[in-house]
Write a protein that binds this ligand. Structure first.
Ligand SMILES: [Zn+2]
Length: 268
């Protein structure tokens, strides 16, 4: 399941391909098609992500909300490239690209300025990847949930929007915090340090294609013959493999129906 950084990158790529361009819009899903007429002369002004949803703003004030859930995917195809043999929900054709939303089933039409009226967006916490989001803001937000388990709070989009399973595991490892702690167990220095790690690793994932290890470490591992998946994380999905810091085998714990990976030595 894609996390904040993957959706953020997809939104940025779609935005670069369509914003401000002359477009031909084909709305293929029955829930979308009735808007075709009113959007005939509209252009797309902005595409951006809110947690795992994408918002597409049109010049007439319409905003398309879409959530990929498990199978949905936005794809930017250079003109001339064949489209995938999957269900197409909409196709935006520009002079250079065809941008397709495949297989998604969750969408809604909103009006600009009223995005918060959508129930999914209304319940989201601050967006880690938003321009104005600082580590200080993240620390303050987390501090307002003292009784929550730390590991499940980090995954809860109503606490902070943007982290998923791989990010929370690696964030807690780098911050050297046990996934069994409650938010209120942290000192204010630990909370500040944690917020800094959240900010840093989430942006690192955006900038380095989902790689959370620092680039020199990642490159070294790749040069030693590890593939992308084996070299990108500190602890995520590495149960039984040696901790990158202390060589203790990485453990896995089931918390709220999802696995969290951690080093029992570094994260006591
Ligand atoms: Zn360790």
């Amino acid at each position: 399941m894609p996390e904040g950084p993957e959706i953020y990158r997809a939104a940025r790529e779609v935005h670069a391909a369509v914003a401000g361009q002359a477009i031909e819009l084909n709305l293929l899903h029955p829930a979308l098609a009735p808007r075709g007429k009113s959007l005939k002369r509209a252009i797309i002004t902005r595409v951006y992500a809110r947690s795992k949803a994408m918002l597409t703003e049109f010049s007439n004030g319409d905003v398309l909300y879409s959530h990929n859930q498990l199978y949905g995917e936005w794809r930017v195809h250079p003109l001339g490239q064949s489209l995938l043999g999957r269900q197409k929900r909409l196709v935006v054709t520009t002079p250079q690209h065809r941008v397709v939303l495949y297989s998604a089933t969750d969408f809604a039409w909103l009006r600009a300025g009223q995005e918060l009226a959508h129930p999914y967006i209304a319940k989201l916490g601050p967006e880690v990847l938003a321009d104005g989001t600082t580590p200080a803001l993240l620390a303050k937000r987390l501090a307002s949930f003292p009784r929550r388990n730390l590991a499940t709070a980090l995954m809860d989009q109503s606490v902070l929007a943007g982290l998923g399973n791989y990010l929370r595991a690696d964030v807690l490892f780098v911050a050297q915090l046990s996934p069994r702690l409650q938010v209120g167990d942290l000192t204010s220095a630990q909370l500040k340090a944690l917020a800094k790690v959240i900010h840093q690793l989430t942006w690192r994932s955006v900038h380095h294609d989902g790689v959370l290890l620092p680039q020199p470490d990642y490159k070294k591992l790749r040069a030693q013959g590890n593939d992308y998946e084996a070299a990108r994380f500190y602890v995520f999905d590495r149960e039984g493999l040696p901790c990158r810091a202390c060589s203790t085998p990485i453990s896995r714990l089931d918390l709220g129906g999802r696995s969290i990976f951690f080093c029992p030595e570094c994260q006591k």
